[in-house]
Design a protein around this ligand. Structure first.
Ligand SMILES: [Zn+2]
Length: 144
């Protein structure tokens, strides 16, 4: 869809004719451009094509060919969305598997910590016994 500077010869009755709000150049665009954001061909500012009074957005794509194009485009959008959904579902599955494996690891570590804690306790008791024996031996040595 092309925007053109509105000249007297090439404007069709279906064209929307409006002035650029920046450079005030008179512009014409096909009626299907109503509401679109375009670049002014004259001053390069971004402008919005006005929607003429009484024109429903619904009227804009009224020809069968346009409808087909729109339907095809919507199908592409839907296919993209479905692809994205599948991708997200697989990401969710990966995250769940990762969470499960971390949970398992945590449980295993809890068991390991308990074992280590018991071993430390036993080692502590053994050291206390050795200490007692050494003290007794030292006292026995003084007496002799
Ligand atoms: Zn302009």
């Amino acid at each position: 869809m092309s925007t053109k500077n509105a000249g007297p010869n090439d404007i069709r009755s279906s064209d929307i004719v409006f002035d650029c709000p920046y450079c005030e150049k008179s512009l014409a665009i096909d009626c299907r451009g109503a509401g679109l954001t375009i670049t002014c061909p004259d001053c390069s500012n971004i402008i919005q094509v006005p929607i003429p009074d009484g024109m429903e957005i619904f009227d804009i794509d009224s020809s069968d060919q346009d409808k087909e194009v729109r339907i095809i485009h919507m199908r592409e959008v839907i296919a993209d969305a479905q692809g994205r959904i599948l991708q997200l579902e697989s990401e969710v599955k990966d995250l769940q598997a990762r969470r499960d494996s971390l949970e398992k690891l945590r449980a295993e570590n809890a068991v390991r910590f308990e074992v280590i804690s018991k071993e430390l306790e036993n080692t502590g008791r053994a050291l206390a016994r050795i200490s007692d024996v050494l003290i007794s031996a030292a006292e026995a040595a003084k007496k002799t």
